[in-house]
Design a protein around this ligand. Sequence first.
Ligand code: SF4
Ligand code: SF4
Length: 175
Amino acid sequence: MKKSPYTKPLIESKFWQNKSLADMSKDEWEAVCDGCGRCCLHKFIDEGAQDEEASESEPSKAEEILFTNISCYLLNDKTCSCTQYERRAELVLDCVSLSKENLKDVYFMPPSCSYRRLQEGKGLAHWHPLLNRGKKSKMHQLGITVRNRVINENDVDLNDFEDYIVSWPIDPIED
Ligand code: SF4
Ligand code: SF4
């Protein structure tokens, strides 16, 4: 099982208040992830909406993408964590592994994503584990994590994805 990234020294340092994402150490970077699991949902580009806008540009934000409640087969739907975190990029080719090098992809993450929040200057939300003694329980309670809201991709026919489109991954969330 992956060790919790929310260590006491990191929590006490409050590094997220005075460091940009680009300046964070590896451990700090890992601890910014709130572990919501929302980035592990299947997504599709809304081509109809793109045609209406007569734009050939790629979508620039998650809000322009259709989210489903179908999860990657490697997501544990109770803990909302990846079961193969170290090998994720190798096992799932379209897994978005955010890094300092691809920070522009942060806008493809849901608005609640803590990397996106920091990049947009919003700070961490009150439910983030770094502000809750390293625990995700508040996130589960508030429905920030995907717990009890998803179905594993192995249990659905992905051709029927339209039946699984949901808005909650991009709906506004109270800070
Ligand atoms: S959406 Fe962002 S904060 Fe949530 S699990 Fe994915 S990378 Fe982490
Ligand atoms: S491989 Fe892991 S981190 Fe990547 S989408 Fe799947 S469950 Fe999420």
